[in-house]
Design a protein around this ligand. Sequence first.
Ligand code: C2E
Ligand code: MG
Ligand code: MG
Length: 746
Amino acid sequence: MPGPPKKIRRRDGRAGSGASNQNPVSGKEFNYILQLTEEDLRLLKRYKDVLAQGAAGFAETTYNYLFDNPDIADVMYAYERQGGNLGQLVRRQLEHMLGLLEGDVSQETTGHIDELGREHYKWGMKTIWSLGAYRLYLDHLHQLVATDEQIEPDDRSNLDSALTKAVFRGLGVSNEAYWRALVEGLTEQRDELNNENTLAGEILGNIPQMLWTVNVETNRVSYASPGTQDFCGDELEAPIPCFHLIHTSDRERLLTAWEQVIDGSTISLEVRLASGENDNLWFRIAYYPVANRRGRVLRVHCLMEDVTDRHLDRERLEQLSTRDAVTGLANRALWYDRLSSALAVAQRNPGASVAVMLLDINQFKMYNDSLGHEAGDELLRQIAGRLTRVLRATDTLARLGGDEFGIVLPMVQNAEKAAERIATEAMSCLSAPFSYEGKELCVSSAIGIAVFPQHGSDAHSLVSHADSAMYRAKWNSVPYLFYQSESPESATDHLQFSGQLHGALERNEFELLYQPKIDLSSGRVCGAEALLRWQHPQEGQVLPHRFIQVAEQLGMITPITDWVLDTALQQSRDWIVGDQPLQISVNVSARSFQSPGLVERIEKVLRKTGVAGSNLEVEVTESTLMADLEGGIAVLKQLRKLGVSIAIDDFGTGCFSMSSLKYLPVDTLKIDNSFLTDLSANPEDAAIVRSIIELGHSLGCKVVAEGVEQEKVSKQLLELGCDLGQGFYISKPLSQDSFNEWLDNR
Ligand code: C2E
Ligand code: MG
Ligand code: MG
């Protein structure tokens, strides 16, 4: 990392060239400066004894003088309290004075005074205090020189001068020692600080966090760690370095935060960087303001660190906890959350309503089982994509699990109307075929709707009501239904049914009815369709649309189909029309059709009942075949080999394309009865019926119209070229005995 510019760096603050670089003043230097000559030294030596008079008393006086001053006395007492020996200090001072008189400039004497100076420094004694002592001493000596008779009158003047020089010298050495001790102390402290600074520098230069300090008064960056300068560049913007790198949508937030920091708040926030390669980086910036005692912020320490990984982890976690992994839509938890918020808002706004919609994909399980989970997931994604396009940005679409989607329409003035519109659009957007690996897949859906406040006031009851409406829509084979408080076929029914359906076979509760098919032009009976009924112990006769799907979900459909095949073939053995045994049609639902071993089981039943394959017709729906066209074709071909005929039931309601029909070994197309209800009044229906008939004939199939309720419809169908008819006009589905009678009467 390149080093920071000098103007900012504070780490290496070495003091300028100062006293510490100078050598100690030598004795020779002192002598030269004070002009202390050999002659002076000789003179001092000669009168040494005279001058030593009263030296001891003088030293005492000096210290007494010092103790007279309360400030000085305090320091002296503290010195003694902490183990210092004042007597020794006095003695050393005395020895030094005497040494001066001898003109002794040896190391030993200067060593003494050096120590003395250090001691003074250490205990906080001011240099100026020695100044007073020396002045007293000099006075005392001058007095001696002027008055003592042992001194030759001619020497007095020179001796005075030598004494002045010697006393100054002592003072100089003492002060020099004092200051040297001071400088050494400071140098030691400075070295310690330097060491700490170097360490701090090493740490700051190597940590991934960036640190800087802003001087609030000058609005300048007063310190920036090497990492900060490396990242933001040498020219640091104040007060927020690299502000230009911050994502534009986060800048406002950052500036607001800075204002709060200046007011004294400690703040931490996350921002995105947005420039070139740094596009996906997230940073946490923390501001720590430092204020004076009056609360005025003087500087702000700032820390910035890369939290991209943490951020991504958090996002991923959030995604996991609120999103559905397959479709990327909201999951159940988030959906409930949005629903609760929408309800809270609506409760505060009179007149506002919220719609809750549950959408279940009818054929999803079949695709999932036959094509595999990957195909199932892909189908769910495509469904999610289409549904999303139907909704507003404020609506919430979620995958609640399996093939169930949830929709919340918040804050709509007329939720019922809005939900109805969405339901219709959802239905139509799902009606176009989906594609997976070149295969066309068709799905339909059932939607249940509950509206706040009409159908409930809390999320739980609205969802449970939408759920029962959805089940009702399913059982009634309608695309959507609103919740009805007294709905007989609610979700609870479904659960109850599930339990009771188990064992229905063993308890012999199933029964078959037979509905004849006739040739529309001759009126000849050509066959009968076996239709299943469940004699429910409490409810009486239950129609197949209420239990077939439940049976499929419970995995009970295969034994039921086997029972139907077995019963229908056995019961039909006596039915001969002309010389021919009557052909019996059996409905095979998607699950049964796809279950392995269907062909083998049919073969077994034919053998067991002794019925020829040509006397059996299997009815399958378009969507059953579309789920796995290739697999379906293979099954149909095997059935053909057994002589069994194949009919496509409810034709026209699925999404068969001409191209796929071409490959199917099919004998019969059964026009769905929904096209017949309005046949005479609705020219469009007539056109559809006509084209189905033409299509069937072009493929070499017979065409059957089911749900013929009136004579005029029967006639119209005949005119359109339809071959066979089945419906209440001809006969309702009949029990075995009634069917026998019906045949006899014919
Ligand atoms: P589907 O195979 O299309 O059967 C024709 C349905 O139309 C029957 O309803 C029949 O009773 C009804 N129907 C016949 N003529 C008329 C008419 O003139 N007007 C009206 N409105 N309806 C008429 P059902 O028996 O309730 O069966 C409903 C569906 O349940 C059948 O539709 C079939 O898909 C399924 N199903 C019936 N029996 C079985 C079975 O044994 N196994 C399986 N897997 N499904 C079955
Ligand atoms: Mg049928
Ligand atoms: Mg049908």
